[in-house]
Structures are given as C-alpha cells and as structure tokens.
Design a protein. Structure first.
Length: 400
C-alpha cells in the first residue's frame, strides 16, 4: 500500500508540501484544478507540477481528477474534440510518468453534504454530514423540485418543511454553499438559478442513457489508456444514489460490475472509495473490495456512520459502520496476488480520505474534508492497521 495525500497545488492549498512530508505520506494525489473542464492539460504545466512535487521528495502517484466535461456525460453534440482533448491530456500525463487517473461520472455535482462543520460527539472538532431533511428542504423548498418528495420519508419531509419555514436567509445560503462545496478548487459553483439550468439540461436523460454515455466515454478512451500504460479508475458516487433527480450510475456492486464489464480491460478500473460506497446500507464494502480487487487502482479510505433516514456523517477512519480492517486485509491479499503474478502495479496507492477538523485545523480554513491534523490522524490509524495486518500475514497472529 502506498501512502498518498491529496494536495490541491501551490495556489489553492494552504497545506504545504513540507507539512505533508511530516505526515509520512510518500505519494501526492494532485490535479491541475485551474484548467477548465474539457481543455487540454499542457505538457509544460504538468511537468512544472511534477517538478514541484518531486523536489519536495514525493512521487506524483495519482491524478485526481481528470474531469469529464458535462457534455460527455449528457452526450450533447459533437464530442470528438472533447474526447481528443481528454486523450491528449492522458498522453501528456503519461509522458510525465503519471500512471493512475481518477475521475467520476456524477452529473452536475460531485460529493454532496449539507453540513460542513457538524459537531463531533467529543471535543470541539467537526465533521462533514449529510442530513436527509436538509437535502429535502433544499430540493423541495429551495429548488422547487416537487417530485423530490418521492425520494424522502414522510417525517423527513415534515422536518424539511419546518426547517425551511424557520430558516433565515443566511441558513439557506449556508446550505447552498455546503451542497456546492464538493466541487473543489476553482470549479463552477452554481446559485439556485444556475443549478436549475444545469438540471434542466438533463431533462429526459435517464439511467440507461447515462450508462450508454459512460460506455461511449470508456470506448473512446480505454484503448488510449492501454497504449499509454495508464490505469483509469472511476470514483463512486457520493452519496451512492440519485441526487436532485439526476441518475447516478456508480453506486453499488451491480453498477461497478457493469462498468468494468462495459470495456474489459485492466486499464478500466475502480477507485475504491469506502466512504462513498459505505453511505448506502445495501453496500457490503469489504465484499465489494474482494470482488473487484483485481481492478482497484486507487483506494480512498474513510468511514461513515449512517442513520435510518438516509442521513450519514463522516466517522473517524476506524469508527463508523465499515469494517476498515476487513477492507485493508482484502487490499493486502490482492497486493500479494499481484506480486506473485509479477504485476508491476502490485502496490495499491491509498489516501486517508477526508478527515475531521480537529486541534489546529479549527479555523484554518482548509478545504472541507481536507484538513491537516484530521487526515494525519486517519493516515496514522490506517498505517497502524496495515502494519499490524502485514505482520500477521508474515508471522501469523500468535508468537510462541
Ligand atoms: C471527495 C473526492 C471526490 C473525488 C472525485 C473524483 O472528497 O473523493 O471529489 O475527487 O469524485 O473525480
């Protein structure tokens, strides 16, 4: 397992590479966030970023993300230029030695939360939370999507109505801001009118159509990935279900099986995100890890605690509902299998995904979910599990 750390680059991230070095991570997960979706990532800019990362003593292990233009997700118009640009960015990255590319296929929004600073049970730290009634309030009352009422339980809708009626404008603004915060870096943020417009562009585009568009994307780019020796890995939907009426097609084991089968190639792989998948009670995350281990090119390790009404919050990495040790054991077994069969990619990069804002994180203003100390806590805990399991694999659990 290669310990990596998501870093937003010199202009956007308040956390310095020197601080990252102190966490013990050796790989950097990075993207050129300043480049608009759909444009080519120039070779020079990639080379400059690579030098910066390597001069600080790291490897640029993974690109997260090389984003997919909304028009590709909708199959809107002539896409040949967009596909050509995407392939050119892939070639430019490969030329600079980056081999793993993470992306997602979530329409319009990326990860979605309603609270960016929900209190932790102990101490004054905070975590990210998805509150079902707040999402319902946003959809039904702020966006005016009446049909969203079908997606929520009656008492959740009732709570949504009372929250909305009692809410101040600044509380509503904060909710919109939280929901928009999943788009990191310098990406588009929408106001209510902008979001309505984006959603309208998906009118009439159902699940089968999104799947067909996804397959088209894979058919266009996986052969190039194979030629370039790149491993593409799709990130699951977060939360793993339709949102704002938009179909999401990377939410469970069946979806993943469909994607990996749509183009049978090792270059067509998965980012195992235990936090995203873990937010749906139907997902057996260790089971998904074992089933698709062969095609996991990158892992995001994080935990969630779920409520019965569809709400969830981000738990500490070893707490929450997902058996993290079982996931790690499955990844370690896969690494052993890969090493035995001589695969060059036998070490799987992972990162502590999200972290609580704790201690000196509080008030620092780092990206939501991406503080220094909270993620360092996560990384250190995961590192402990990894070393413990490795030791047990090699020496057995019991010593005489
Ligand atoms: C959240 C992240 C996602 C991820 C993208 C990948 O913190 O894991 O935003 O980067 O979905 O394209």
């Amino acid at each position: 397992m290669i310990e990596t750390w998501r870093w937003y680059g010199p202009d956007l991230d308040q956390i310095t590479l020197d601080e990252v070095a102190q966490t013990g991570a050796t790989g950097i997960v990075n993207a050129l966030h300043e480049i608009p979706y759909g444009e080519i990532w120039p070779k020079d800019a990639i080379a400059a970023r690579r030098r910066l990362i390597e001069q600080a003593g790291f490897t640029w292990s993974v690109v997260e993300s090389l984003p997919i233009h909304e028009r590709i997700k909708r199959s809107d118009g002539d896409l040949s230029q967009l596909f050509a640009n995407y392939r050119q960015s892939m070639a430019n990255l490969a030329a600079e030695g980056v081999q793993v590319i993470c992306y997602n296929f979530m329409p319009v929004l990326d990860w979605t939360r309603t609270d960016l600073a929900a209190p932790l049970a102990r101490g004054s730290g905070t975590c990210l939370r998805f509150e079902a009634f707040k999402m319902a309030a946003f959809e039904v009352h702020m966006l005016g999507r009446e049909e969203a009422a079908d997606d929520y339980l009656p008492d959740v809708l009732e709570q949504a109505r009372s929250w909305f009626e009692a809410s101040s404008q600044s509380a509503r603004d904060a909710l919109l801001h939280a929901i928009m915060s999943g788009l990191p870096g310098a990406f588009d943020r929408y106001d209510i009118a902008g979001l309505r417009h984006q959603l309208a562009l998906y009118d009439g585009i159902g699940r089968d159509q999104i799947r067909a568009n996804f397959k088209r994307f894979l058919t266009e780019i996986i052969p190039t990935a194979e030629e370039l020796g790149l491993r593409m890995c799709v990130h699951p939907d977060d939360p793993p279900r339709d949102i704002l009426g938009l179909p999401r097609v990377v939410s469970d084991a069946e979806d993943i099986a469909w994607i990996l089968g749509a183009v049978e190639s090792r270059a067509n792989g998965l980012t195992l995100c235990t936090g995203s998948l873990g937010a749906n009670p139907a997902n057996d995350v260790p089971g998904i890890t074992r089933r698709f281990a062969d095609r996991i090119h990158f892992a995001h390790l994080r935990n969630v605690r779920k409520d019965r009404d569809g709400s969830f919050e981000e738990a500490a990495h070893l707490e929450g509902d997902t058996d993290m040790a079982a996931v790690i054991a499955a990844l370690l077994e896969q690494e052993t299998r890969r090493a035995a069969s001589g695969r060059r990619d036998h070490q799987i990069p992972f990162r502590p995904d999200h972290g609580h804002e704790i201690a000196s994180d509080i008030g620092r203003g780092t990206f939501p979910g991406y503080p220094l100390v909270g993620r360092l806590r996560g990384l250190a805990e995961l590192r402990g599990v990894i070393e413990g399991l490795r030791h047990a694999q090699t020496h057995g659990l019991h010593h005489g």
